[in-house]
Design a protein around this ligand. Structure first.
Ligand SMILES: Cc1cc2nc3c(=O)[nH]c(=O)nc-3n(C[C@H](O)[C@H](O)[C@H](O)COP(=O)(O)O)c2cc1C
Ligand SMILES: Nc1ncnc2c1ncn2[C@@H]1O[C@H](COP(=O)(O)OP(=O)(O)OP(=O)(O)O)[C@@H](O)[C@H]1O
Length: 156
């Protein structure tokens, strides 16, 4: 069989999903999101936001590389990388995924992302992951709320 006639390799036929976020001080909401995203396909790559690009809330405490390394170690994740400094669509163009999994509360708009990807020639579906609610009293499913708790209990 020639190269052109050959069946696609596992990597070519697998559905590649990309998830993204800050992932500072991990909690079960992050694990839920990444499990959900992984279930949208066969292979999950996570883009970890660079500190300088987290402008809609307090910037992360932990360095880019540390957040990337811990996310990469999670079971649903096949690969994690620190995002591009200026163009958030550059890693997507390079990865050419089949699905982008947005978090349930991520401020990005599905249609705007799809339009920009189409403009760049990337054919990709944009899906929303589901929320995870606390399962017991006191469970903290937000990095911001964990930091508030630390400041309440340990702050001066
Ligand atoms: C499709 C997509 C690709 C992204 N790529 C990058 C990137 O390359 N570099 C980066 O710093 N942030 C990137 N981001 C942005 C952050 O992941 C994120 O949206 C935001 O800055 C972090 O906030 P959040 O954790 O509340 O979502 C991307 C976001 C989306 C939706
Ligand atoms: N409770 C949750 N249920 C489902 N997904 C979540 C939950 N918490 C966070 N995520 C998802 O994880 C991804 C990364 O989240 P992020 O790093 O912004 O943490 P966060 O805890 O939501 O932060 P903060 O509460 O401080 O804004 C986002 O896409 C977000 O939707």
């Amino acid at each position: 069989m020639t190269g052109e006639d050959a069946a696609p390799s596992d990597e070519q036929s697998a559905t590649h999903v990309v998830a993204q976020g800050t992932f500072d001080l991990l909690h079960p909401g992050h694990v839920h999101y990444l499990r959900d995203a992984a279930a949208f396909g066969d292979r999950l790559t996570v883009i970890v936001a660079r500190r300088e690009n987290v402008t809609h809330k307090e910037p992360p405490i932990l360095p880019n590389r540390q957040r990337r390394d811990v996310v990469a170690a999670l079971d649903p994740v096949d690969d994690a990388r620190v995002g591009h400094p200026e163009d958030i669509f550059a890693p997507i163009e390079e990865l050419d995924p089949d699905v982008i999994a947005l978090g349930h509360d991520q401020h990005h708009d599905e249609a705007a992302i799809e339009d920009e990807l189409a403009r760049r020639g990337v054919e990709c579906e944009v899906r929303r992951a589901s929320p995870r609610e606390p399962e017991y009293e006191g469970e903290l499913l937000s990095t911001g709320r964990i930091i508030d708790r630390i400041l309440d209990e340990r702050g001066d």
